[in-house]
Design a protein around this ligand. Structure first.
Ligand code: HEM
Length: 129
């Protein structure tokens, strides 16, 4: 579930054709990471939350996983962002036990750029003693 839904855009420098689709010079082409991540040609059981799929996955340079974009203009803050969310999760797990009541039915919502769950995702926290 990419947090940035619509941001990976490029302008065509020349007329070109890709897989039968014509793109004129000057056209603005936007790639939606969400649809790339949900494409069954890229991922087995693409719509399911299976974080274990990344345990032995070593294909980061491919175009199948692009939450931070791709190429020379990919997100300059990627390493910082990864450090932020790893630190946040480590601090939370250190201080709290966490679980959920049932399987949340997460409906994605996009405000134009940022994606997030439409409804709150409720997590039970118990302070570790
Ligand atoms: C989870 C957090 C973040 C996500 C998912 C994210 C995602 C993205 C995406 C998809 C792009 C477009 C890349 C492309 O066009 O190929 C981008 C660009 C960019 N991001 Fe992030 N970003 C995140 C955090 C950050 C942070 C923390 C910073 C700065 C501290 C940052 C700074 C930038 C900048 C400056 C660009 C423009 C790069 C360029 O055009 O050369 N981002 N980001």
């Amino acid at each position: 579930m990419p947090p940035v839904g619509v941001f990976v855009s490029r302008v065509c420098l020349n007329d070109c054709e890709i897989r039968g689709q014509f793109y004129p010079k000057g056209a603005n082409v936007t790639v939606l990471p969400y649809t790339v991540h949900r494409n069954e040609e890229n991922w087995h059981r693409a719509s399911e939350f299976i974080p274990e799929r990344f345990l032995d996955w070593n294909d980061k340079g491919s175009l199948k996983w692009i939450p931070f974009g791709v190429g020379p203009r990919f997100c300059v803050g990627m390493r910082f962002a990864e450090m932020e969310f790893k630190t946040t999760i480590a601090k939370l797990v250190d201080k709290f036990e966490m679980d959920m009541t049932g399987e949340p039915d997460i409906v994605p919502d996009c405000n134009g750029v940022i994606m997030r769950p439409k409804d709150p995702v409720r997590v039970n926290l118990r302070k570790r003693v």
